[in-house]
Design a protein around this ligand. Structure first.
Ligand code: F0G
Length: 359
């Protein structure tokens, strides 16, 4: 690592496969690794929410869009639950090329939809889940060679995302476990690949246990893993508050299984209530705002501690994949005190609350 210069994803260009005639970057990566103060001092949060469009997708998009323009593509397309769409739209704008995104109608968090509108892409909405959108894009790119697909079956996306492993290692060495929310299942594989390449390069000696977390209503990989079956039973009707990972037919499931098995990790299922509680804990105990899908990492950490899959004295990194502002509706669901007040009563309320807390 010592000989590398710069910051962010392209600091690791020597470890990123592919040749690039042009690099399309908005200074993604180089995100903070925040140490927990109040939940467990051995827990760290990789805060991907501070990427240019607010999620880890920017790491993959800088590489994939660079590959697209280096290969003279003028048009890109992505199916998305929202974050990939926002990132694809932003990086296509930056590259000066056209983008199309395919979204599940009515199931994309408000912040993400607003971003796609702002960055100026063509938004196409389909009835049904992300899986319908994904199926359409897979078919299209095989038939129509003029559009470049930006989904995570595109290997360049994963090349960018693996830099999460490099940054963590540079900062705290190799942790004991890394907990990742799993949807289409590209990211957990990408991060595992990053750690594996460091071992192969002789930089490190071990890889962390990769722990994947899925939401109860969208957990085909986790269920297959728990039941010990070879392949997941896909679902046509995935449902969860964590709309980012509301996916019934993850295309990268084989890769995710490999990452989890070879690292001696595991897969966990968490409920929507556990996700929302974890989201509040991140915000209210650590001051860190994450969207629901990302908060599944903390819900998974609690469960892993409970089941002695990880121990309190182990160094564990949670990947907080997207910013809380992505999903204002989920934030608004948290219970809070909110009072319409005549200004002359403010002092009284404060004194009451302070005394209540002291007593
Ligand atoms: N967390 C967030 C915030 C996401 O947006 C996603 C995926 C994941 C976790 C899961 O990552 O798919 O690699 O397992 N979002 C995709 C999208 C599907 O379209 O934005 P994965």
């Amino acid at each position: 690592f010592d000989s590398l210069k710069g910051r962010g994803v392209w600091r690791y260009q020597r470890m990123i496969a592919g040749e690039y005639k042009k690099i399309v970057s908005i200074n993604e990566g180089g995100t903070p690794l925040i140490r927990s103060c109040n939940i467990n001092k051995n827990m760290y949060m990789k805060y991907e929410g501070v990427n240019p469009t607010g999620s880890f997708k920017d790491r993959g998009m800088t590489v994939a869009v660079s590959s697209a323009v280096s290969n003279n593509y003028k048009t890109v397309i992505a199916a998305s639950t929202g974050n990939t769409a926002a990132a694809a739209a932003a990086y296509a704008s930056r590259a000066g090329i056209k983008s199309f995104i395919v979204l599940p109608k009515g199931k994309v968090a408000l912040g993400k939809l607003a971003q796609s509108i702002l960055y100026g892409t063509t938004i196409m909405e389909v009835e049904g889940s992300f899986d319908v959108a994904m199926g359409a894009v897979m078919k299209l790119y095989k038939d129509l060679k003029v559009v470049y697909p930006l989904n995570s079956f595109n290997p360049w996306r994963l090349e960018g995302q693996k830099t999460i492993a490099f940054e963590i290692t540079e900062e705290i060495g190799v942790p004991d476990a890394v907990i990742v929310p799993v949807g289409n299942a590209g990211n957990i594989y990408a991060i595992w690949k990053g750690f594996t390449e460091l071992v192969k390069a002789g930089v490190t000696e071990k890889i962390p246990r990769m722990i994947g977390v899925q939401a109860e209503g969208a957990s085909p990989i986790a269920k297959a893993f728990i039941e010990g079956s070879q392949s997941p039973l896909f679902t046509d009707n995935p449902e969860t508050v964590a709309t980012a990972i509301r996916i019934g037919k993850p295309v990268n499931w084989r890769k995710a299984m490999k990452a989890v098995r070879e690292s001696r990790g595991t897969m966990l299922v968490v409920s929507d209530n556990e996700i929302l509680k974890a989201q509040r804990d991140l915000a209210r105990k650590e001051g860190v705002g994450a969207e629901p899908a990302s908060s599944a990492s903390l819900a998974g950490y609690y469960k892993a501690l409970d089941r002695k899959i990880v121990y309190p004295d182990e160094k564990v990194v949670l990947i907080l994949t997207g910013h809380s502002l992505k999903d204002p509706e989920s934030m608004g669901k948290a219970e809070t005190k909110r009072i319409l007040i005549n200004p002359s009563f403010i002092e009284k309320i404060i004194l009451e609350e302070v005394n209540e807390n002291d007593g």
